[in-house]
Design a binder for this molecule. Sequence first.
Ligand code: UTP
Length: 286
Amino acid sequence: MEVKKAVIPAAGFGTRFLPATKAQPKEMLPIINKPTIHFVVEEIIKSGIEDVLIVTGRGKRAIEDYFDKNVELEDHLRRIGKRDLLREMQELSDMVDIHYVRQKKQLGLGHAILCAERHIDGEPFAVLLGDTIVRSEVPCTKQGIELFRKYGGSMVGVERVKREDIERYGIVGGVRRGEVFEVDKLVEKPKPEEAPSNLGIIGRYVLTPTIFDALKETKEGIGGEIQLTDAISVLLGGEKVYAYEVAGSRYDIGNKLDYLRAVVEFGIRDEEIGEEFKRYLRGIIR
Ligand code: UTP
């Protein structure tokens, strides 16, 4: 079956990035002048998906406003002759068909995905965390969709993580099968000595709709949250699940160091300011 829909969970509290996330969603933190979630939606479009569901929560109105049409702003840009900016704003609101569902209580990532059940309506679908950007030649979700077609089972995007970071990730264990790993174990935030490998889940998935039944069976896990990782473990009882090593650079914007890496790495590649920014960096690093 084709993957035609994508879900972006974006309802979390963003506690790691307080106080900035007290009055604005983490997913709206900009990398230079583009909000994080804009990169995520672009990845979806470049992966061939045209139907996006964003799971939002309290205080997330800014996300809806961002993708909405702003007639007053467009009139203003027209009046002052800023045609390029006007076109950019119009393209943004026409980008893709975006739907919203509210997660009334922030009970965890797994619970956020469960809120998408009705919209997904029994089809396989992609999940992209709204606070994670992947810079890659082939869009990360496209990599997952192609492997999903080839292997015919849910695909979890992973990357090798340092031992000291293992406790921050969902970790998968499995056996190599060609380009992927056939998963036999998933553990959310294990101690390094209990982790089945160093393959950390990075926030890109292609899932079969059976995940919704699995989520309904899933009890609160680590941190008192309904964990998507635990629900995928339930899936293992009835179907094959695979992990693919993502080709690209991944930034978890809710993590301070990753946020800075993203700003610097996108900054040095920026068409307008990249060269000057590189000169500046060379000047301050001795
Ligand atoms: P995180 O694990 O980063 O959680 O969520 P968080 O609460 O947003 O941030 P911290 O850890 O407190 O700093 C990963 C993604 O899942 C979404 C978040 O918005 C983020 O994009 N999420 C998380 C939900 O949509 N609902 C939840 O209940 C939890």
